[in-house]
Design a protein around this ligand. Sequence first.
Ligand code: ZN
Length: 300
Amino acid sequence: MFLQKTIRNRVQVQGIGLHSGKPCTLSFVPAPAGTGVSFVRADLPGRPSLKVAAGNVAATGYATTLGGPAFSVATVEHCLSALSALRIDNLVIELDGPEIPITDGSARDFLAGLQKVGLVEQDQPRKYFLITQPVHFAEGDKQASIFPYQGLRVTVTVDFPHPTIGKQKMDLDINEQSFGRELANARTFGFLKDVEALQSRGLALGGSLENAIVLDDKGVVNPGGLRWPDEFVRHKTLDALGDLVTLGYPLMGHLVLYKAGHDLMNKFVRQLLQSEDCYRLVELGADLSEEARLRNAGWA
Ligand SMILES: [Zn+2]
C-alpha cells in the first residue's frame, strides 16, 4: 500500500520577493504524517501557520493568495506545483518574511531543492482523491471539468488574443519525470502595460525580465526569447497543479481546463470538495499486484 511522504531533510530556496524586490528565503521542512501542507512565518512571534486548503484561498487576482488570521502569502502556486508532481503529502513551507522567492518565475528551483533532499515514506497510508463521476464547472467561456482516470492527467487550453500566444494546448500525464521535463521550467508571463501599471502602484518591484516572460503588443521583450514556443500553456498547466494542492489529497483523475485561471480553479476545487457523490477518498495498492501496477503507472 502507498504510504504518505515528506522530505528527508530541510532545504532552502532563495531569491527576491516579486512585490518588494527584497531578498527572501523559503525553507521546505519535513512534517509529520497526517498534517498536510502548510506555510509558516518563522519571522513572526509564535510562528503562525496557514494550512494549504481551498477554504484558505483569500485572493486569486494575478496569483493565488492564501490568507489566515495572522498572515497571508501570495503566489503560492509555483512552489506548490512541485508538490503535486512529487506527491508530497506532508510539508511545512517556512518563510522568513511575507513573500515567496519568485526565482526565475518557474518551478525549477523548487523542484531542484525537493529532489536534492529526496522523499521519505511515513507510517500512515496515503488517501487519494479518486474521481468516480465527471464534474463540470463553467463561468462565462472559462471551463473546468474532471473525469475518472487511472493516474493524474491534465489537459489545458489557453487562448489569448496576442500574436505570440494565441491558442495553445497541453495534455500530459503528471509524474516527477514529465513535470521536470515538460513543465517545471515554464515561466510566468505578463504584459508590459500591466507591469508598468503595477510598478506605478509600488507593486511588482521585483518583477523583471529575469523572472517573467514580458510581452509587448508585438512579441516577447526578453532578449533570450522563450524556452518553448508554447511556454505559456506549459506555465498555466504548472499553475493548475499548484492550485490542485488546495484539494488536500493527491488527485486521481483527468483535469480538463479551458481558459481557466486561479479564480476558476479555486471555485472548481471548492465545488469538487462538495460533490461527495463524485469522488471517494481511497487507499490504493491494497495487494501486491495492484501496487506493482500502480507503481509502474507512476503512482508511488
Ligand atoms: Zn504562475
